[in-house]
Design a protein. Structure first.
Length: 359
């Protein structure tokens, strides 16, 4: 089937993209504001058309371990959740990273800490980019700022996950998940056959008889061997940092100041830039699309051009730490944010920026 143009909510579009990109299995548990993903998958009944398995597990802990099992078989498997649910998955995520298995995760963020609120937030940045579970591991983290990117990033996340045998996370939020926009759904991609999986994933545990068994585990009791494993992980992460950085710039060519924002906050801040330009202020917007790997090199280059940065986030200030590390003291870096599910307006960000830089 060709591309289809529809008006859809972000969560619904994610579900349709999952079906269309050849996903073998989805294992999840409902939690606001991402419950429509599971609901849409159940309503579409892809097991009757593509053979995709859709299973509501008894908990988030069960969901992530089902993903672990499916990923170990070389299948394209995924789960989605929202902030408290992602916290529950952290042990399993660390296990999957340690076993070097590809899978796709999605977190439609809501306010915290704890159960917090069901309203949008970006307060899971640390959890996503610094390793919410234990150990020295990384997730590839993609941040959509539209319903269309939510769709596009599903297949991209699988591509990156299998390329590097590493979990990939789509870090969305309640704004992106709940808003409705025009979206172009991709054509259906055929699910891989077992023969294709054997060829593409020689490490997978498919139950076939062979001289050498494939053993998938994150456990290694010999410290000297575990150190070698970890060194291999770090080399892989370096390759990801070299090859997979993604970002977008808006009116940064002649900018004297730059807002750094991702996800839904970047949509708001684009209007902030327009308002500033109307007042004669040369403001630009830098949007990280991957928050890991973080586009530190490009921000460092911009720091040689501009007078200052402001990081705008729906949090108490998390990404701002990475911005400051990238700028490395060349120019001032300030912060503006809202907490607990509150969303700032373009004019609020502009007022905070002007106050910080005495404009």
């Amino acid at each position: 089937m060709d591309n289809e143009v529809k008006l859809m909510k972000g969560n619904e579009a994610f579900a349709h993209a999952a079906i269309r990109c050849g996903t073998d299995g989805y294992f999840g548990y409902p939690i606001t504001p991402q419950s429509e993903i599971l609901e849409t998958l159940q309503a579409e009944m892809p097991w009757e058309t593509t053979g995709m398995v859709v299973l509501q597990a008894e908990s988030e802990v069960a969901s992530i371990n089902m993903v672990y099992g499916g990923a170990g078989c070389g299948k394209r498997v995924m789960t989605t959740t929202s902030s408290p649910g992602f916290s529950l998955m952290m042990e399993g995520v660390s296990y999957i990273a340690g076993a070097e298995l590809p899978c796709v995760l999605a977190n439609v963020q809501r306010g915290g800490p704890g159960l917090g609120t069901i309203q949008p937030s970006q307060a899971d940045y640390f959890q996503a980019t610094k390793g919410g579970g234990h150990g020295d591991y990384r997730l590839i983290v993609l941040c959509p700022n539209s319903v269309q990117e939510t769709v596009d990033f599903v297949d991209l996340a699988f591509e990156l996950a299998f390329k590097y045998r590493n979990p990939a996370l789509i870090l969305s939020d309640g704004v992106i998940g709940q808003m409705m926009e025009r979206v172009v759904l991709p054509p259906f991609k055929a699910r891989r056959t077992e023969e294709q999986i054997r060829k593409e994933c020689p490490w997978a545990t498919l139950g076939h008889k062979a001289k050498d068994r494939n053993i998938i585990t994150s456990l290694e009791l010999r410290s000297e061997v575990m150190e070698v494993n970890n060194q291999r992980f770090q080399e892989k992460y370096k390759k990801i940092e070299e090859n997979e950085v993604r970002y977008e710039e808006y009116k940064c060519e002649d900018a004297e100041y730059v807002i750094v924002a991702y996800g839904s906050a970047s949509r708001i801040c684009q209007k902030t830039v327009d308002l500033a330009r109307e007042q004669g202020i040369k403001l630009g917007l830098f949007r990280p699309i991957t928050v890991w790997p973080f586009p530190s090199k490009r921000i460092a280059e911009l720091a040689d051009q501009v007078k200052g940065f402001i990081s705008a986030e729906l949090s108490a200030g998390q990404m701002v730490e990475d911005v400051r590390l990238a700028v490395n003291g060349k120019v001032p870096v300030t912060f503006y944010g809202r907490l607990g599910g509150m969303i700032f307006s373009p004019s609020e960000v502009l007022d905070a920026f002007k106050k910080d830089f005495n404009l």
